[in-house]
Design a protein around this ligand. Structure first.
Ligand code: GAR
Length: 194
């Protein structure tokens, strides 16, 4: 059974979908802990599913490295096989990347390498593109630059705003994420040579 830590910053709707999937008896992965960089609303989903959770408040550390070391120490307690970034709006420092890479994956609300970064949906709208997408990638030291594990196109409709487009992207992200974690767990997908 693959053990998974999920890291969030916000509402955690994709986390909730993964918690629901992992609750199914035939799903080959289990979420062992949920962490956040702030007192995120989405931590309530972990609580509801009886999963341990923690937060390491970014604002309370002098820099990203110090925060990363505290996050690494929390994760080390649980020794997850895989770390899933599900709306974590922070770059992970080397202190977290080194022990786990390439076993860290991220969901992103755009068709990478298009529109990387913190505002993938807003940037797609601003660019006036007619299609964007959803991606699941391996995390490396760059901003959404790691190998792509799964992605799907989603149309930008006339009249879409950031919220309406994001709400259409999220269900696709959830499906891709649940499938990627399943494929990693079954050995169908090898993160060292994706
Ligand atoms: C998701 O769309 C995720 O891809 C995005 O934040 C959202 C989190 O939603 N992440 C990024 O943009 C990372 N660059 P949720 O908290 O409701 O799951």
């Amino acid at each position: 059974m693959l053990t998974v830590a999920v890291l969030i910053s916000g509402a955690g709707s994709n986390l909730r979908a993964l918690l629901e999937a992992a609750n199914e008896p035939d799903y080959p992965a289990r979420i062992v802990v949920v962490g956040a960089d702030r007192e995120a609303d989405g931590l309530a989903h972990a609580e509801a599913f009886g999963i341990p959770w923690f937060f390491v408040p970014y604002a309370e550390y002098p820099d990203r490295e110090a925060w990363g070391e505290a996050l690494r120490d929390q994760l080390a307690v649980w020794q997850p096989d895989l770390i899933v970034l599900s709306g974590l709006m922070r770059l992970l420092p080397a202190s977290v990347l080194e022990p786990w890479a390439p076993r860290i994956i991220n969901t992103h609300p755009a068709y990478l390498p298009e529109f990387p970064g913190a505002h993938g949906v807003r940037d797609a709208i601003a660019a006036g593109t007619t299609q964007t997408g959803a991606s699941v990638i391996v995390v490396d030291a760059g901003v959404d630059t790691g190998p792509i594990l799964a992605q799907e196109r989603i149309a930008v409709l006339p009249g879409d705003d950031e919220e309406s487009l994001h709400e259409r992207i999220k269900p696709v992200e959830r499906r891709l994420l649940i499938d990627v974690v399943r494929r990693i767990a079954t050995g169908d997908l090898d993160l060292s040579s994706p």
